[in-house]
Design a protein around this ligand. Structure first.
Ligand SMILES: Nc1nc2c(ncn2[C@@H]2O[C@H](COP(=O)(O)OP(=O)(O)OP(=O)(O)O)[C@@H](O)[C@H]2O)c(=O)[nH]1
Ligand SMILES: [Mg+2]
Length: 205
């Protein structure tokens, strides 16, 4: 797919711009409303979840990891949704990977309007070391975080899914993670838990 459309067909979500570096974000004139950022390993489903939430294919999705290379900003309702490049992408050099990490953390630290980071974790694998690093960073910075376990449609039966949810819930308990949801971008209604969590966010002062 080429560059994201300026507006979704329904007009519900609007692409505001993308930045390869934290310092370039300032050149995108972002409205003074809360940002909700989607962070997680490459291919975990960040762009898909953003699209499912907004009800429009505004962010680029790919089977190939490493699709999102910029911080992409979308206006949706009263929020700015931020699609972040993924971390842990094996095909890029170590230097490029740490550069990405630096850019993302620099932006997360500097954006005064950041309301929430949705930390996406593949529901089939649970927390990986880089996910735990992100959580530790967010905690250290006092940035509110909601863990979203993704691809929950991949379980073959309701029983398997229930068992997976039980295991993931205890992983959360072990790590003192209290805010988490189970989502699927492909299942109809699979993002309802995320939407309701967002609606509970405090409005900007
Ligand atoms: N079954 C299933 N597949 C999903 C789901 N979410 C994403 N996918 C698939 O996973 C792949 C990666 O999705 P993306 O949304 O591009 O992932 P990303 O985290 O934005 O990836 P990068 O931009 O590369 O970091 C695509 O093939 C999606 O169709 C889901 O909830 N269920
Ligand atoms: Mg992406």
């Amino acid at each position: 797919m080429k560059s994201p459309p300026k507006k979704s067909p329904t007009g519900a979500a609007e692409f505001l711009g993308g930045a390869g570096r934290a310092q370039d974000v300032a050149s995108i004139r972002l409205p003074n409303i809360r940002r909700v950022a989607f962070a997680g390993r490459s291919n975990v489903g960040k762009s898909s979840l953003l699209n499912a939430l907004a009800g429009a294919k505004v962010a680029r999705v790919s089977r190939e990891p490493g699709k999102t290379r910029e911080l992409n900003f979308f206006r949706w309702k009263k929020w700015i949704l931020v699609d972040l490049p993924g971390y842990g992408f094996a095909k890029v050099s170590h230097g490029a990977r740490s550069q990405w990490g630096r850019e993302i953390t620099a932006w997360l630290k500097s954006d005064g309007n950041l309301g929430l980071v949705v930390s996406l974790v593949d529901g089939r694998h649970g927390f990986q070391p880089l996910d735990l690093e992100l959580l530790a960073f967010l905690r250290g910075e006092g940035i509110p975080c909601l863990v979203a376990f993704t691809k929950m449609d991949k379980w073959k039966s309701a029983n398997q899914r229930r068992e997976a949810e039980r295991k993931l819930s205890s992983e959360c308990a072990a790590r003192a993670v209290t805010d988490f949801v189970f989502v699927s971008s492909t299942a109809k209604g699979g993002v309802a838990p995320l939407a309701s969590a967002l609606h509970k966010l405090k409005r900007p002062e």
